[in-house]
Write a protein that binds this ligand. Sequence first.
Ligand code: 13P
Ligand code: SF4
Length: 360
Amino acid sequence: MLPLEPYYELSDADLDRRIAIAKQALGSACVILGHHYQREEVYKFADLTGDSLKLSRLASQRADARYIVFCGVHFMAEVADILSAPGQTVILPDLAAGCSMADMADLPRVESAWRQLGEILDVDGLVTPITYVNSMADLKAFCGDHNGVVCTSSNATRILEWAFSQREKVLFFPDQHLGRVSAHALGVSLDEMVLWDPTRPLGGSDPETLRRAKVILWDGYCSVHQMFQPAHVELFRARHPGIRVIVHPECSFEVCQMADLRGSTELIQKSVRESPSGSVWAVGTELNLVNRLKHEMPDKEIHFLCPTICMCSTMFRIDAQHLCWTLENLQAGEVVNVISVASEVAAPARVALERMLAIV
Ligand code: 13P
Ligand code: SF4
């Protein structure tokens, strides 16, 4: 295997040139997927870009590519592996590119929550588990095994609607904010939602509250999106009358309610791109995406909805050095950083993912 360290001695121009050569040599055997939060030096080499839902679909449609190089984070590469065709290999250029929100829920604690709820209500008959795609594969498998489903930031409301057509209640993990704002959009009041703190017995609640609740929200959140505050929205509105505020639904309920629009990274890009020249926007999502929009559209005034820098440090781990190293190793016949979900997990996880893809 070629070592990674020497790649840090290369200039940006050399990295660009070598990535382009390796990519061309690999041809259609390799497809590079890039999430919208990827830094520009990597994103520009992606064959296909998108939000989590779009990338899940794209990964399953490129059966011709022997290698899927996923420039994103671990859970996304796992989804690509679960949905990929037999014989395809998924690669994450840096194995340390995780998601801190995904780490906030794990199988033992979700199983414990399910058991505890089972002691006070008929969980199998009344509760649909929904996992946000930002979660480990075994939680998707849990949902597959319990008549549950996966959702993404672009379809959470429709998935919740489906869940309520099946059963009375939902256990939603790991992102409380996405669950809250999406359920509220369907008319579920805040009083009908309860937060589940996995570190406390009965999630820190009581049997009566849990029996009454329609939505049980796991106490997880994104450390990047929690930085956007209502005061920031107020500040931009005061400074720029007529500004439009668009945010990702991982932002807090208050921020989402104050925004003009909320949606996935794909929807954010599309909305800003399709707005007329001269439009003024404040965008509440990861910095790399906002900077790309600013650079691409100098005819619009695009602001980052936070006075401090907040970026996803794990997305940022995928750099040109890791991409070049990955592709040149592939060229040399070495497959590095394979993401492979065990078949006993992948099979039920695929059930929950395909259920989602059939609904939206
Ligand atoms: P999208 O599905 O909107 O791309 O979001 C993924 C994510 O991790 C946002 O923080
Ligand atoms: Fe995870 Fe937040 Fe990074 Fe998205 S922005 S990958 S939710 S840590």
